[in-house]
Design a protein around this ligand. Structure first.
Ligand code: FES
Length: 67
């Protein structure tokens, strides 16, 4: 099993945790993802990576909806 990949070091958020929060709470913004994870942004360096995960989720949802 691969080790957890940390996306947000300040808040110890793994990619898996962020993906779960996006799937469960359907946040539309990076700020919403932080809130869904119960944290606040610190340095903000992870924001682009979180935005990419949001975009990826939205793209996959659109692909499923188009089927
Ligand atoms: S790495 Fe996420 S707030 Fe700093």
């Amino acid at each position: 099993m691969a080790p957890p990949m940390y996306v947000c070091i300040c808040n110890a958020l793994t990619e898996r945790r962020i993906r779960a929060a996006i799937a469960e709470a359907s946040p539309r913004t990076v700020a919403g993802v932080y809130a869904a994870c119960g944290v606040r942004p610190q340095c903000g360096k992870c924001a682009p990576a979180i935005a990419d995960l949001l975009d990826e989720h939205a793209s996959s949802a659109l692909a499923i909806a188009a089927e």
